[in-house]
Design a protein around this ligand. Structure first.
Ligand SMILES: Nc1ncnc2c1ncn2[C@@H]1O[C@H](COP(=O)(O)OP(=O)(O)OP(=O)(O)O)[C@@H](O)[C@H]1O
Ligand SMILES: [Mg+2]
Length: 226
């Protein structure tokens, strides 16, 4: 495996047992992600996009196959190791921001650093530099309820990037925004991906947005194609 491969997905399969019936969602997915690459994934509703992202992030286990992050198999790690690896190497962005309501925008961004036990002042300093990158320095002390939908997603992007991860996994990150905001937030993710050389895997149903990533993948019938 070459050095600049940050994530590798090997013959990944996932099926669910549903009322005695086996539902095969992923039937052998293979691909790899290089450092700094942006990749979009499209597919019909129910095609397995979220399932794939969960497996890539070690949030769910595969039926067979493996995911290597920075060369290490997450399937073979203990839950505790997975949590550490995830905190260290991955960032997550979802359709709903999942910001903690009782914390300020700045504290929410610093949260992954607090969780890993970093020094509080240093964590807030890192969060301050990220909030600047998403253009919201004047909203540092706002609680999530005091932010617009687009602003909340920009805070969620800053939170995902604050640990300087190898790869961001984003599941419909603009799905909840109007067209103009979706456009702006999506472009911001691509720009930061370039600036910070963080890889980005983004699931979107918007073909126009998807086409702006360096590589476009689609899931059809449980198989991923380029
Ligand atoms: N825990 C589960 N148990 C049983 N079936 C599941 C489970 N999670 C997902 N599925 C099924 O797996 C398939 C893929 O679901 P997934 O959420 O990955 O789709 P998706 O591509 O993200 O769809 P959407 O675009 O609607 O978000 C669906 O048919 C779903 O019903
Ligand atoms: Mg989904």
């Amino acid at each position: 495996m070459s050095n600049n491969v940050v994530l590798q997905c090997q013959d990944l399969k996932k099926s669910y047992q549903d009322a005695g019936r086996k539902v095969e969602v992923l039937k052998g997915v293979d691909f790899q992600v290089s450092a700094g690459e942006s990749i979009s994934i499209i597919g019909a509703s129910g095609s397995g996009k979220s399932t794939l992202l969960h497996l890539l992030g070690g949030l769910d286990s595969s039926t067979s196959g493996d995911v290597l992050i920075n060369g290490k198999s997450i399937q073979r790690m203990s839950a505790k190791e997975q949590g550490l690896w995830r905190n260290q190497h991955l960032g997550f962005i979802y359709q709903f921001h999942h910001l903690l309501p009782e914390f300020t925008a700045l504290e929410n961004i610093a949260m992954p650093l607090f969780i890993r036990g970093d020094n509080k002042a240093a964590s807030l300093q890192a969060a301050r530099s990220m909030i600047e990158k998403v253009g919201l320095s004047d909203r540092e002390t706002h609680k999530p309820a005091e932010l617009s939908g687009g602003e909340r997603q920009r805070i969620a992007i800053a939170r995902a990037l604050v640990t300087n991860p190898l790869c961001i996994l984003a599941d419909e990150p603009t799905g909840n925004l109007d067209e103009e905001n979706a456009e702006r937030v999506y472009q911001m993710m691509l720009d930061l991906n370039q600036e910070l050389q963080t890889s980005l895997i983004v699931v979107t149903h918007d073909k126009k947005l998807a086409s702006r990533a360096e590589r476009q993948l689609s899931i059809v019938g449980g198989v991923l194609s380029e």
